[in-house]
Design a protein around this ligand. Structure first.
Ligand SMILES: [Zn+2]
Length: 256
């Protein structure tokens, strides 16, 4: 069976992020350093990104939350440091279209970009509390993903991308959210991104026995349907989160 390696990339750090944004109403007032994560997936003939990271410091300070981005964290530079030129990336999967997950789609000119139909529809007309997350047209902004709209591959629900790589429809954090299951030599990994913002939401910081959702979501009932569906998959897999520094404990997964 085809297997892959996964490299976490820190594209920036929210220095003082509100923890309850990641863990529904838990530890309100607690601040934490939250990396903005994207993942490089490589196989024999595969060079794929799961999410493309965030903007730079000035744009973030103006429109979002202040973040730190050293030169080494800038996504194209970070990939070059791993030996990958932007032109070599042939597939991008966006877990969702919040700005900190799709900001650099257009910088990978040869990539087909996989996103859920429901996510595209919602990104064009989100609920007002999420306008800024999408840099939506209602604010007079051009959503970052629209710069590479001609390369979108719009999918509906679960989708087998190729042997060993599956997109799993996982609405909740956003209406068209998707996780990515990757087969490795050490079994499956689940790139859960913002569905599991912090690992502790899934492991110890439970709510009545079930994992705790993100504080940012559009539909909690759908979110819990997703959690129940993912639980057996996640138990059998290693989870890679959206904004947890624990993802950076290893430079490559499976660890060598
Ligand atoms: Zn998000």
């Amino acid at each position: 069976m085809e297997t892959y390696t996964i490299r976490p990339i820190c594209a920036g750090i929210f220095g003082a992020a509100e923890k309850s944004n990641f863990s529904y109403q838990k530890d309100a007032g607690t601040k934490l350093a939250a990396p903005i994560l994207m993942y490089l997936v490589q196989g024999r003939d595969t060079c794929m990104l799961v999410d493309t990271g965030c903007c730079g410091e000035a744009w973030a300070a103006q429109y979002h939350h202040p973040l730190t981005q050293t030169p080494e964290m800038e996504p194209v530079r970070a990939l070059r440091d791993l030996g990958v030129e932007p032109e070599e990336v042939t597939v991008i999967v966006n877990t969702h279209l919040h700005w900190d997950h799709c900001f650099n789609n257009h910088r990978f000119p040869n990539a087909r970009i996989y996103v859920q139909r429901r996510e595209v529809e919602f990104a064009l007309a989100p609920v007002p509390t999420q306008y800024t997350y999408y840099e939506s047209p209602q604010l007079g902004m051009t959503p970052p993903w629209a710069k590479a709209m001609d390369r979108l591959e719009v999918v509906d629900g679960d989708f087998r991308l190729q042997e060993g790589i599956d997109l799993l429809f996982a609405p909740g954090h956003t209406p068209g959210f998707q996780c990515v299951r990757i087969q490795t030599e050490d079994g499956p990994y689940l790139i859960a991104s913002d569905c599991v913002g912090l690992i502790e939401n899934w492991e110890e910081n439970l709510t009545h026995g079930l994992p705790t959702p993100s504080g940012i979501h559009v539909d909690l009932r759908e979110y819990y349907d997703t959690i129940r569906r993912l639980l057996p998959l996640a138990d059998a897999a290693h989870i890679l989160p959206g904004h947890d520094a624990r993802a950076l404990e290893h430079s490559v997964y499976p660890p060598r």
